[in-house]
Design a protein around this ligand. Sequence first.
Ligand code: 5GP
Ligand code: MN
Length: 325
Amino acid sequence: MSADPIDRQIAELFANAGRILLVSHLRPDGDAVGAVLGLGLALRDAGKHVQMVLVDGVPSSFHHLPGNKEIRRKAEAPWDLSISLDASDLPRTGWAFGTEPPGLNIDHHVTNLNFAEVNLVDPTAEATCAILAERMPRWGLSITKPIAECLLTGIIIDTIGFRTSNMTPRALRQAAELMERGANLPELYRLGLVSKSYEAARYWGCGLGRLQNEDGLLWTVLRLSDRQAVGYNGNDDADLVNMLSGVESDLVVLLNEQKDSKVKVSWRAKPGLDVSKLALQFGGGGHPAAAGADIPGPFDEIQARVLAETRAFLAASRTEKGKAG
Ligand code: 5GP
Ligand code: MN
């Protein structure tokens, strides 16, 4: 048994629950899908009745993951234990548990609000799936080949293929262990991260065509009409913001129009800037180098506000840096 008291507490929560609900965040990425499936399949192997829920469903880039067809968009009461994975606040789960806080919150966002009864939040972990890979054996859960595939996908996606600035040897060791359990790294890497549809490539073209560079602040927008014009089915940015983070700049902002009169904003920053603070100002969250927010309101208004705040943030960080240097 583990020496960390929270591991004992979590093992006990599992022991006392027959019916378990697992939920992750809106517009799920590979870490969200991987965490729900990785922990969900393991709890099922341990004899639990498991419900896995993603309010927005599973994006097509993760349809190869084992068990993904069992993920539902809505939870069905009753359950004995509810678990939030990879979400830093309750609205981010799409209110899948209702308004009640969940029993357990497992996450790696520095902006996590510790909103559950039991909170396991480790901002030094590269992915929620990395926390699971390390701790599931301590909770008495086995990592079989399909589970290893799901967890490795989460680590690959959140580190954008082992290249984010928070990478540690620990994550590489975890990835190696998951490979030893049967996960095929090049295949999961290709299917989850590299492979894109023709429509996604044309959608990138819409955003790339409008790309602006204001003295190190790189920004662009994606509109609902772009998706219609190119036949792109998702409501995300098809990873355009991550591609743009490779273009020389200090900070990248992408504004992505949503159906429900909201704008999804993504920020990416080079090391030394902490855009999670900027995202928090808009009711969002994330990590120092990558953060986002879902902001209600008319597109043009949100665009003006977000760009003004981001310019001010960048100017203030440069002044700070000037003083320090
Ligand atoms: P992305 O820009 O790729 O959607 O997200 C970057 C990071 O910010 C991810 O870690 C993601 O979980 C977090 N994030 C994105 N949007 C939101 C949001 O609306 N609320 C919160 N709390 N975090 C977000
Ligand atoms: Mn994550």
